[in-house]
Design a protein around this ligand. Structure first.
Ligand code: ADP
Ligand code: MG
Length: 484
């Protein structure tokens, strides 16, 4: 029995990348364009400009709120969080902080950790604008305002996680939800996901449902990869247990730390004892609006099938093995690729096999995404059909697929270029087999006494056809001809 219980709460920021424009302006929501090209006067807080709420961003935020089983507010409105930073030209961020402003409060989500199912409580999910992004160089800092005003969702959980593994499984589930619901690409490599991780420890014998028993909350800001979240939590647990054992835990103050990727440690940034007062007030330039129940119903009805639903369909309707189905739905683009291949008529389990072995292996090796893959679902279907109709063997297909990915050539074309396709024509095979028998009269005599020589003839047929003879069919014909 462990002496301590770990409590972890997450604040997960995810950009809504799937809207055309920013949350309060008509600038394009695409910050990887040339820096400082996607900006409207309102993003730069020019005097006299007014924000206009992007309905699609609100719709997507409400969809996330519904999926998280949250309560939606009666009125949608926004608030100002006042602070100054160069990446925030207005001097305030438009957000939804104090209850009941957020698009969702008091929800819960069930997620899987390995084979187990767990449920955590969601405190709230709110819609806000992202800040610009600053890049620190050796002696200067540059700012890209393309990101200023990009719609951002912040999801705040209750401290219901007890290990790094649980926290990361939850984040993976959320990423998948954002992808499948078409809310965001949720790509941490593009900086779309950032997490604040809160960790404390308490005596295991006490009741964790009573906040009085909780330990001092340590907040680790802006961890931008799931691997980072895992390492930061594990380091922090170790650090806090050491403090406890040394009798120094109780004098530790609430603080904000940052995660240092290189050393895998967390580093003290500032004390949280005197919290910054952001002087929140209702954003006066955006009128409150009543949330239409019918609109909410419509949003609910249009939630696309999420990963678990797709996984169950692959298993139950398409006959894909549970193991393969689970791998395929991990990333939506991969599931889309699989479904397209199957919709073209490819055998589902074969498609799953090739995707999960050679194709994923290739993508990992090349550090590419499925969207960047040369091989289209149509090409993969072509290759699968060649195997299904015994034109080539599975072993040959493996060779062709590998070569096709390496050389970026259509596998079906490669098969004919390499003269690979199997001989499955009965007449043609019979002719070849007759020739082989005629060319080996002594072996034929021996075969009559010793049937083990059958394999010798198989070998000769393969040699003559350079491995292209269909094995099952050749064996059948060979038997007939030899036993005549
Ligand atoms: P703040 O205003 O400092 O951000 P909140 O009370 O809003 O604090 O909590 C923010 C996050 O901290 C939430 O995810 C919450 O679950 C988590 N949290 C609160 N108390 C603890 C604790 N004792 N241990 C771990 N996480 C905590
Ligand atoms: Mg916080």
């Amino acid at each position: 029995m462990d002496k301590y219980k770990v409590l972890i709460g997450l604040e997960m920021h995810c950009e809504i990348s799937k809207t055309n424009t920013k949350v309060f302006s008509s600038a394009r929501n695409s910050y990887d364009d040339t820096p400082n090209t996607n900006i409207r006067p309102v993003d730069m807080a020019f005097p006299g400009t007014l924000p206009v709420v992007n309905k699609e961003a609100v719709r997507k935020a409400l969809m996330a709120s519904i999926i998280l089983n949250c309560k939606q507010p009666e009125y949608i409105y926004f608030e100002r969080k006042n602070y100054y930073y160069p990446d925030l030209p207005k001097g305030f961020q438009i957000t939804q902080e104090t209850k009941p402003a957020p698009v969702g409060i008091y929800g819960e989500l069930t997620y899987e950790v390995g084979e187990e199912t767990k449920t955590i409580r969601v405190n709230n999910i709110h819609l806000e604008e992202d800040a610009a992004s600053s890049t620190h160089h050796e002696d200067t800092t540059t700012i890209n305002y393309n990101r200023a005003g990009v719609p951002l969702l912040e999801l705040v959980t209750e401290p219901d996680f007890h290990s790094a593994e649980e926290a990361v499984s939850f984040l993976e589930t959320m990423r998948s939800i954002y992808q499948y619901a078409n809310i965001s690409e949720a790509d941490s490599k593009k900086g779309q996901i950032r997490c604040d991780v809160n960790v404390s420890i308490m005596d295991a014998s006490l009741d964790e449902k009573d906040p009085k028993n909780w330990g001092t909350k340590i907040e680790i800001k802006n961890v931008n990869s799931f691997g980072g979240v895992r390492d930061a939590i594990n380091y922090e647990i170790k650090r806090q247990i050491e403090l406890k054992e040394d009798g120094k835990y109780d004098e530790m103050e609430q603080q904000t730390r940052r995660f240092d990727e290189e050393s895998g440690t967390t580093i003290y940034m500032r004390s949280k004892v005197d919290a910054i007062d952001y002087k929140y007030f209702v954003e006066p330039n955006i009128p409150k609006f009543k949330l239409d129940k019918k609109w909410l119903e419509e949003i609910k009805a249009t939630i696309p099938p999420l990963a678990t639903e797709r996984r169950d369909k692959y298993i139950n309707e398409l006959g894909v093995s549970p193991r393969d189905a689970k791998i395929i739905v991990k990333e939506k683009p991969l599931a889309d690729y699989f479904e397209e291949t199957v919709s073209l008529g490819a055998n589902p389990q074969s498609a799953a096999n090739w995707i999960n072995s050679i194709i994923l292996g290739h993508l990992n090796k090349m550090e590419k995404t499925i969207e960047e893959l040369f091989l289209t679902p149509k090409m993969l279907k072509g290759l699968i059909d060649l195997v299904e109709s015994s034109k080539i063997s599975g072993k040959q297909a493996k060779e062709v697929l590998t070569k096709s990915l390496e050389e970026e050539k259509d596998p079906v074309k490669l098969v004919s270029e390499l003269g690979m396709s199997q001989i499955t024509d009965e007449g043609e095979l019979t002719k070849i087999i007759k020739e082989v028998i005629e060319e080996n009269p002594t072996q034929l005599e021996s075969y009559k006494k010793n049937p083990k020589l059958f394999d010798y003839f198989v070998g000769q047929v393969m040699k003559k056809t350079r491995g292209k003879a269909n094995p099952a069919l050749s064996a059948k014909i060979l038997k007939q001809e030899l036993d005549k």
